[in-house]
Design a protein around this ligand. Structure first.
Ligand code: LLP
Length: 429
């Protein structure tokens, strides 16, 4: 469950009082806090949408790569979608079986490809090929290891960019994107794969973008890929075992529950098309990242000071907190809006506050939020469990934030923040 309030108005995550968690762990602020039980429950709820049909939920590790999160999801039967050799090593170390790992990425390095080919008895579940050119590279690396590696062709369906309904930075399934094998080159790509003795085509995939808020474009892309799968089945690829319709299931950042489609709705939409194309014997793979973790993480920040000014166009009121765009870059990068609430709810009138961080950029701005006249010591930035810590940086000499993991109604683990001393030492060289 995402955050709730106690009887006396304190903000709870995983049933625990966040103000007490931050104080008692000594983790300080800014700190990410995650509810591992709710993340596991999210994966269980998604699995139900497959109704027992063969499937794989390949969690997109980039959304939140904490080992405890990966282990919680692995415990629910999730696999992993990785995009680097390091993410692959991490997934393996978190006991995700190689067979349940797919590897996406437009510019995989040779040592990364080698690692994917070399692990387990047959390499990973599939290297997702993102260009015609990549086929020869993977074939050569597999030949060098004397192995036959499983691959899938990630198709770029050239969806009209306007249909993708998401921020341009995270739309991937249109004609100008660097991702996937262009739909018009798929025939040539499949011919090359068929002629490459060390690669075996086991899947077709697509991922059109992230933070999708309706199933229309997702279903249209799934249709394209299932159609190609049907033709392939009829023709030559007896080895085809799955279709992967990607991730991108949007999250309700505004908190208007019910207004946004649920992750399971995307799975159901893909399954309808799978049935219509008569391909129910294939496994359906999906690659959700954000939807499994976003709502179950918050970023707790301390209020550093207020600033009031009589601007030329009216009164200005800033609330300056100790979390900045280096800790959570989504507002600066995608104009994303995350709700901000006090840890201890105050009764009485609220005011619109411009909540900003300490970083020396005007984009270090979390937007305007209704908060109490006296906002208290701490605030929480909600829905920060995805693409928060994984995109954090040490910009402005700011140490990476701490991370606190909750499970079973208690604090399961605290990862301390990087220290300023370490940053200074490293930059001194
Ligand atoms: N599969 C592939 C091949 C991807 O590239 C991605 C995300 C996913 C799955 C998972 O997508 P999700 O279910 O999380 O939407 N930093 C951005 C999002 C970047 C997404 C990159 N690819 C943000 O904070 O909104």
């Amino acid at each position: 469950m995402p955050t709730t309030r106690s009887d006396v108005g304190n903000l709870l995550l995983g049933g625990l009082d966040l103000a007490a968690v931050v104080a008692e762990t000594g983790a300080g602020t800014p700190s990410y806090v995650y509810d591992l039980d709710a993340i596991a429950a999210e994966a269980r709820a998604l699995a139900l949408a497959f109704e027992g049909a063969p499937h794989l939920v390949a969690y997109a590790v980039k959304a939140n790569s904490a080992g405890l999160v990966l282990r919680a999801l692995a415990g629910e039967g999730c696999g992993a979608d990785v995009v680097s050799g390091a993410e692959l090593a991490l997934a393996l170390a978190c006991a995700i079986p190689p067979d349940r790992i797919v590897y996406s990425g437009v510019a995989k390095l040779d040592p990364e490809i080698d690692r994917a080919i070399g692990c387990g008895e047959r390499g990973i579940g599939a290297i997702q090929l993102e260009s015609v050119e990549e086929i020869a590279r993977v074939e050569a690396r597999a030949a060098a290891q004397g192995r036959r590696v499983r691959v899938s062709a990630r198709i770029n369906p050239a969806a009209p960019a306007s249909s993708l309904e998401t921020h341009a930075h995270i739309a991937t399934g249109h004609d100008e994107a660097k991702f996937g094998i262009p739909i018009d080159d798929v025939g040539a790509a499949l011919d090359r794969i068929a002629k490459a003795p060390h690669v075996e085509l086991v899947g077709l995939s697509v991922h059109i973008g992230s933070q999708l808020t309706s199933t229309g474009a997702y279903a249209a892309a799934a249709r394209e890929v299932f159609r190609i799968a049907r033709h392939l089945r009829g023709a030559r690829a007896a080895s085809l075992a799955f279709v992967d319709t990607g991730g991108g299931f949007g999250v309700d950042y505004e908190g208007t529950r019910g207004a946004v489609v649920r992750p399971a709705d995307f799975v159901r939409a893909a399954r309808v098309i799978q049935r219509e194309e008569g391909l129910e014997d294939l496994a359906l793979y999906v690659e959700p990242g954000r939807s499994l973790v976003a709502a179950h993480g918050v970023l707790v920040a301390r209020v550093v000071q207020e600033k009031h000014a009589t601007g030329r166009s009216g009164e200005r009121r800033w609330l300056m907190i100790d979390a900045g765009m280096n800790d959570l870059i989504r507002p600066a990068l995608y104009q994303a809006r995350h709700r901000i609430v006090p840890l201890v709810a105050e009764r009485g009138p609220t005011l619109p506050w411009r909540v900003v961080g300490p970083v020396c950029e005007s984009s270090d701005d979390f937007g305007e939020h209704e908060l109490p006249r006296a906002p208290g010591e701490h605030v929480a930035i909600l829905d920060a469990g995805a693409y928060g810590f994984t995109m954090a940086s040490a910009y402005n000499g700011r140490a990476l934030p701490a991370e606190i993991f909750l499970a079973g109604g208690r604090v399961a683990h605290v990862s301390a923040r990087a220290t300023e001393e370490r940053w200074v030492r490293e930059r001194l060289m």
